[in-house]
Design a protein around this ligand. Structure first.
Ligand code: PBG
Length: 345
């Protein structure tokens, strides 16, 4: 290189550029660890958990290898295991039987409902586990929508009233943080007011602020039997409330409104195909950011790994680290337990 510089009589600045070798800091693992910018730890993970009725029951979810729906007792057992691995937060989803579903979603705030009983059971057994129940009506809706249907449309304001009741009932059961994933307008303010008025001043709100209408939710919907139902009068997708994946500026508007309404943590979802949104939001806000590495992202990785096309462990650690690099403070991921075991080793 120096010969090159003399030969071409290059000036000093150019020589320095020529002598600059980025590879020096990649020479060995110790040097690489000194200059590593992003550190992934078990503290970053939130494990989504699917719960069903019954006792000592466990059902695998075919499109999500390694993930199960479990009865409350086995869910508690799983939570103990997760906590001992260092995973200190769970996000709860219920699979409720068809006869409990209607258009109001009222089972969602049943004091003795599956969700409320699960929250209590986990907090009893593992008090330090951060319990984050999902707030949205889809698992309780006969239409598979996140809100109440009025005249063939998802009714924003009627839904907000239901979400407040749901959130307060989660708080009564012992939830630490409620996680509204419904994308109704104004629901963060409504839930915040509802919680304050009921005395739950310390219950946090993790708001799905920028949640896109995405094809990557497929495996999740089959796990809960919560996909929008085929029905002539009702929209078959969630595009009237979830965001259009063509848009990025709109995400910032959504985030700023949820911050103003009183959210404590801001969620961006899905994860991997949406990291541009994560980094843009990171540049603009100081609240903690959560990113959801969703069911379809997990399914893609597992399918490739099962075929021997990807190294499962390396791909998991890389993708979660990249989500953190983009600006996430916490990651909701079905790989939380596996990643915790990998990081602990
Ligand atoms: C529903 C909800 C969905 C997910 C979390 N909460 C699905 C949807 O909006 O249809 C998806 C999570 C995943 O795919 O992992 N409110």
């Amino acid at each position: 290189i120096s010969k090159f510089a003399t030969k071409y009589n290059t000036n000093f600045k150019i020589i320095m550029i020529i002598y600059s070798r980025n590879r020096r800091l990649r020479t060995n693992a110790s040097i690489r660890s000194l200059v590593q910018e992003t550190v992934l730890t078990v503290n970053d993970f939130v494990m989504p958990v699917f719960v069903m009725e019954g006792e000592n029951k466990e059902e695998p979810i075919p499109s999500m290898p390694g993930i199960y729906r479990r009865s409350v007792d086995l869910t508690v057992k799983e939570c103990k295991e997760l906590f001992s691995l260092g995973v200190k937060a769970v996000n709860l989803y219920m699979k409720v039987s068809g006869n409990l579903k209607d258009n109001t979603g009222k089972e969602a705030w049943n004091k003795n409902g599956l969700m409320q009983n699960t929250i209590k059971a986990i907090k009893d057994a593992v008090p330090e586990m951060v319990v984050m129940p999902d707030v949205a009506l889809d698992p309780y809706s006969i239409y598979g929508h996140d809100g109440i249907i009025t005249n063939g449309k998802v009714d924003n304001d009627a839904t907000n009233e239901a979400l407040v009741k749901m959130s307060v009932s989660h708080a009564e059961a012992g939830a630490d943080i409620v996680a509204p994933s419904d994308m109704m307008d104004g629901r963060v303010a409504a839930i915040r007011t509802g919680l304050e008025e009921s005395g739950f001043t310390d219950v946090g709100i993790l708001s799905y602020a920028a949640k896109y209408a995405s094809s990557f939710y497929g495996p999740f919907r089959s796990a809960l039997d919560s996909a929008p139902k085929e029905n002539v009068d009702i929209p078959k997708d969630k595009k009237t409330y979830q965001m259009d994946f063509h848009n990025a500026r709109e995400a910032m508007d959504e985030v700023m409104k949820d911050v103003a309404e009183g959210a404590d943590i801001i969620m961006i979802k899905p994860g991997l195909p949406y990291l541009d949104i994560v980094s843009q939001v990171r540049a603009q806000i100081d609240l903690p950011i959560a990113v959801y590495n969703v069911s379809g992202e997990y399914a893609m990785l597992k399918a490739a790994a099962q075929n021997g096309w990807l190294d499962n462990d390396k791909a998991i650690i890389e993708s979660l680290t990249c989500i953190k690099r983009a600006g996430a403070d916490m990651i909701f991921t079905y790989a939380a337990k596996e990643a915790a075991m990998l990081l602990n080793n």
